[in-house]
Ligand binder design. Structure first.
Ligand code: PHE
Length: 341
């Protein structure tokens, strides 16, 4: 048995020298020291030994076992160190390698135009409010004095969600007038930018989706002079101090009197050129004094309070500002186009 133990010790020595990783080391441990391992197999035969031999062989066997255990522990430490070293090497990060520059977008010309106008109105004490694009026809039409049968309510002009024409994509930001009157305390000074939808064919100047900015003031003693004064000041801040405006009579169901406002063409000074299509003037917005019926429908006493409102198209403004010749370019969102602004 002594020889068997010696041989086992030698075999183990050779085997452990060849171990490469933790898995191999573990199977080696099982092979030699496990319950069904080789050392146990030898020790099982101890019973056959004489009383004198037993302690001698026993001592040798213990010695072999602790030797093996020590070497296994040592080997396991070495393997762990090697693996750590490898991992560190593999995961090295070279901080000097030049990075990939992420492509950063920037504000869309429509948004920057809205922001610019918002800033001007905020500077005049207006509050910016937001509202739903999916709107009730009662807010978009009825409460704005556009009764049943009004041409703008036609199915050929408006995107409805239901057979009864009660829910729709708002066709103007004017329902925000009603929402503000309903939810805010007087006096009210608001602007409400956002998307609106109409059944228009797409061409260079039309899109079924576009943007408007609604504005409204309600207080005691508000007159058409306030409307003109405010809008003139806004246009001066937007286009420069010498901007000239013109107010023409118009009709909207929710304002009385109503008007449209043009600015004199900045390119030709009103003589007529391609920018203003030979007109000398560019139409920018619709406006007017809020109809007493509209105030009353939202619970505001039209004998005490008066107000004005306007709605302007953002695309037209942006196209003018950035000299964009075709509306479709604004919504195609080709990065090469957008990058220019
Ligand atoms: N809502 C009108 C339009 O879309 C514009 C408007 C707003 C006119 C407010 C008067 C007052 O044409």
């Amino acid at each position: 048995m002594k020889e068997m133990l010696q041989k086992l010790r030698e075999e183990f020595g050779v085997a452990i020298a060849q171990v490469q990783d933790a898995a191999e080391l573990d199977s080696l441990r099982v092979k030699y020291l496990g319950k069904k391992g080789e050392l146990t197999a030898i020790l099982k035969q101890m019973g056959k030994l004489s009383a004198e031999e037993r302690p001698v062989i026993g001592q040798l066997a213990n010695q072999v076992r602790s030797e093996m255990e020590e070497r296994i522990t040592a080997c396991s430490t070495t393997i762990a160190e090697k693996e750590l070293e490898l991992r560190l090497k593999r995961e090295t990060l070279d901080v000097t390698v030049p990075g990939k520059t992420p492509v950063i977008g920037h504000r869309h010309p429509i948004n920057s135009t809205i922001d610019e106008i918002k800033e001007i109105f905020i500077g005049m004490g207006f509050q910016v409010i937001d509202g739903p694009e999916i709107e009730l026809a009662s807010y978009n039409f009825d409460r704005l004095n556009a009764e049943e049968g009004h041409p703008s309510r036609d199915w050929s002009d408006t995107f409805y969600f239901d057979e009864d024409s009660r829910v729709m994509l708002r066709s103007q930001t004017s329902p925000m007038q009603v929402r503000a009157m309903e939810s805010m305390d007087l006096p009210i000074r608001i602007v409400a930018p956002g998307r609106v939808y109409r059944k228009d064919e797409v061409d260079a100047t039309h899109s079924p989706m576009f943007h408007q900015i609604e504005g409204m003031v309600i207080d005691k003693g508000i007159t058409m002079a306030d409307l003109k004064g405010t809008l003139n000041e806004v246009m001066k801040q937007l286009y420069g101090q010498d901007t000239v405006t013109r107010f023409r009579p118009h009709h909207f169901p929710f304002t009385e009197p109503s008007c449209e406002m043009d600015v004199q063409c900045h390119k030709c000074g009103g003589v007529g050129c391609p920018t203003c299509k030979g007109e000398g003037w560019i139409e920018l917005l619709g406006a007017g004094m809020i109809h007493p019926k509209v105030l009353e429908m939202s619970g505001i006493d039209s004998e005490v309070y008066t107000g004005w409102a306007f709605g302007m198209g953002v695309e037209r403004l942006a196209m003018r500002k950035f000299k964009i010749p075709d509306l479709r370019l604004i919504f195609e969102n080709d990065v090469r186009f957008l990058e220019q602004f």
